[in-house]
Design a protein around this ligand. Structure first.
Ligand code: 13P
Length: 259
């Protein structure tokens, strides 16, 4: 991806723990039909594991709508009861994998070291990890946002070479903005994107020359505010939860972020 006006716009729908098979298939049919393939625009849907196959049957995994997974176990396959490995995701045509979503960090105790293993596993399987980082409310109030982002970025890329890091997509999702109806400001999103890229530069230096990491904003993005985030300097698109559940609302949002 290149810097400047020609950068790729990414709009991702994270359904979290919502939708069964019939609904997933219908949503994907509608969205895939409504969105023509546009050069420079990548739209992806992240259904729960149980609806990945239905989403694919509805057209996700095709040209206009890519398929993503909300998580992965960091191995190809094996004796890990209840988990899903990269072989299984590859079999479904999954291209993107969320790693380290704050809900998993908070509710399931996922730490930076586990996130790093997931990032490495996704890359090894030829998928694109979408690493979620972001501070919680008290961390922002106490002026710790930058330190938290730096720690999470460093943790996620631990052990990765520069070539691998170039293939990572980032999502700045402040915990206090998720599902709260209280989004960050576009300025806060831009600041976080800059911090994130600085952390990568501090670590990799010239090995990342010519590469500007793609950074999405997530947290109470809706069709009304999406365009403002898309215009924020250094923000390449949106990771959308609640407002992605309705197919029509999501199509409107995509058209506003990446017309
Ligand atoms: P909401 O859009 O519902 O705030 O969720 C954001 C999110 O967590 C996407 O991953």
């Amino acid at each position: 991806m290149t810097a400047g006006a020609g950068r790729e716009r990414l709009v991702f729908a994270n359904w979290k723990m919502h939708k069964g098979q019939a609904e997933a298939q219908a949503w994907c049919r509608r969205v895939a039909a409504a969105l023509a393939l546009r050069p420079g625009r990548v739209v992806a849907v992240f259904p729960p594991f149980t609806a990945l196959a239905a989403a694919r049957a509805g057209g996700a995994g095709g040209e206009s709508l890519a398929l993503g997974a909300q998580d992965v176990y960091p191995a190809t396959a094996g004796a890990v009861t209840g988990e899903v490995g990269t072989d299984q995701l590859a079999d479904l045509g999954v291209r993107f994998v969320l790693c380290g979503h704050s809900e998993r960090r908070r509710l399931l105790g996922e730490d930076d070291a586990l996130v790093a293993r997931k990032v490495a596993a996704a890359l090894a399987a030829g998928m694109t990890p979408v690493v979620c980082v972001g501070e919680d409310g008290p961390e922002r109030e106490h002026g710790r946002t930058e330190a938290v982002l730096r720690r999470q970025v460093a943790g996620a890329v631990e052990g990765l070479g520069a070539e691998a890091v170039r293939r990572v997509v980032w999502a700045y999702e402040p915990v206090w903005a998720i599902g709260s109806g209280r989004p960050a400001t576009p300025e806060q999103a831009a600041e976080a994107a800059a911090t994130l890229r600085q952390s990568l530069r501090a670590r990799y230096g010239a090995a990342l020359d010519g590469h500007e990491a793609p950074v999405l904003y997530g947290g109470s993005v809706d069709p009304e505010n999406a365009a403002a985030f898309a215009r924020a300097p250094g923000v390449d698109g949106a990771l959308v939860g609640g407002a992605s559940l309705d197919a029509e609302a999501f199509v409107t949002l995509v058209e506003r972020v990446a017309p």
